[in-house]
Design a protein around this ligand. Structure first.
Ligand code: NAD
Length: 359
């Protein structure tokens, strides 16, 4: 398969982790006989310093034309004084999401056998391990609804619109993902209070019955879901939810694994288009020191293979290589236990690529 991928490393630790992600992507492509056409473009503060724009037109156009985008991280104190609309996070990330039509956000949260003790939850709650995927609607609901303030400034209003089409589109993403996982979707809403949640529940239920009867579907109110995530996280496979609930629940879910340097994400649109990136930021406090954990970026490569190109074996190979390297005891500083000697970004990245080659 030929894959056309725009690589945008960004700021801080972005270039360091992206070097290792690209190495993993090239290795797995060679191993399985695919052609990865990778081209790097400037984005974020680095692009601002070059040309006064955190998302140059050339970068945006390249991302539009690519099958998928692999992103490191953007932002840092150097650009914090810029006006909000010019800052890397807003100008680059939000513009890319809307320009590429990315309507769904996929955030897996998984405990790795070798890192189980990193979870802030008690061992008996983590149990056999946590392996869930939050599928969040990204372009509708409260964050995009009508907003207004009354004339006297003493009351305000935010609308929460959702249409059947928007709900079906993201629900399909969740059901399809569940089919590739353990076959269970938990749809989260507040249908006891909100009219949009009632529409959400009806629509998801109808779609489940008509097109995905092989996938188990249940429903939870959002307050209960927030509680269950820390009481019994092992019960979840795919959590499907709307924009604001997903914003909150995906952050909660990521915390229960305990290691920010290990968590990838995908923002996906129609026709397999997607943008893949670690959930962490540019970590300016450790940038340039060669100690950042590249595994979230490497696991973003696995998501890219799985969700933009349907290459499940290749994605599994990358994920298993990460597991193998952790099992060998290699750790960057952020995941090292007391007494363990941390290895560098390059060392752990090279070890993952070697494990991919061996697979
Ligand atoms: N998607 C993105 O590009 C994105 C996301 C979040 C924050 N940001 C931006 O990143 C900058 C820094 O933000 P922050 O400090 O709040 O969050 P951060 O995620 O960059 O860092 C939080 C803490 O986690 C550590 N950390 C993060 N990733 C790591 C990794 N791969 N390996 C080892 N340690 C890691 C950092 O050293 C830091 O101590 C800000 O400018 C922020 O706006 C960008």
């Amino acid at each position: 398969m030929k894959m056309k991928i725009a690589v945008i490393a960004g700021d801080g630790i972005g270039p360091e982790i992206m070097t290792e992600a690209v190495r993993a992507l090239r290795t797995v492509s060679d191993r399985f006989g695919h052609t990865a056409e990778l081209t790097e473009y400037p984005v974020g503060g680095a692009a601002y310093d070059l040309c006064g724009d955190c998302l140059p037109e050339e970068t945006l156009q390249a991302c539009r034309e690519a099958d998928a985008v692999l992103l490191g991280a953007v932002g840092g104190p150097k650009w914090d004084a810029l006006p909000a609309e010019k800052r890397p996070e807003r100008r680059a990330l939000l513009t890319l999401r809307s320009e590429l039509g990315l309507f769904g956000n996929l955030r897996p949260a998984k405990t790795w056998e070798a890192l189980k003790e990193a979870s802030p939850l008690k061992a008996e709650i983590v149990g056999e391990g946590i392996d869930l995927l939050v599928v969040r609607e990204l372009t509708g609901g409260l964050y995009f609804g009508e907003k207004r303030r009354s004339g006297d400034g003493r009351s305000a209003f935010d609308g929460l619109p959702y249409s059947v089409d928007e709900i079906e589109r993201i629900a399909r993403t969740a059901f399809d993902a569940a089919r590739k996982r353990r076959g269970k979707v938990t749809s989260v809403d507040k249908a006891n209070i909100l009219e949009t949640s009632r529409l959400w529940r009806e629509t998801v239920t109808a779609l489940g019955r008509s097109e995905y009867s092989d996938v188990e579907l249940d429903h939870l109110y959002v307050d209960n879901a927030a509680m269950q995530l820390v009481r019994r996280p092992g019960q979840f496979d795919v959590i499907l939810t709307e924009n604001m609930f997903g914003d909150i629940l995906s952050d909660e879910a990521s915390q229960i694994t305990g290691s920010i340097g290990m968590l990838p994400s995908a923002s996906i649109g129609a026709g397999g288009k997607g943008m893949y990136e670690p959930i962490h930021g540019s970590a300016p406090d450790i940038a340039g020191r060669g100690i950042a954990n590249p595994l979230a970026a490497i696991l973003s490569v696995a998501m890219l293979l799985r969700y933009s190109f349907g290459l499940a074996d290749e994605a599994d190979t990358v994920e298993r290589a990460v597991g193998a390297v952790l099992a060998e005891g290699l750790r960057t500083a952020d995941i090292a236990r007391p007494g363990e000697t941390p290895v560098s970004t390059v060392a752990i990245g090279a070890a993952v690529s070697a494990a991919i080659r061996r697979a």
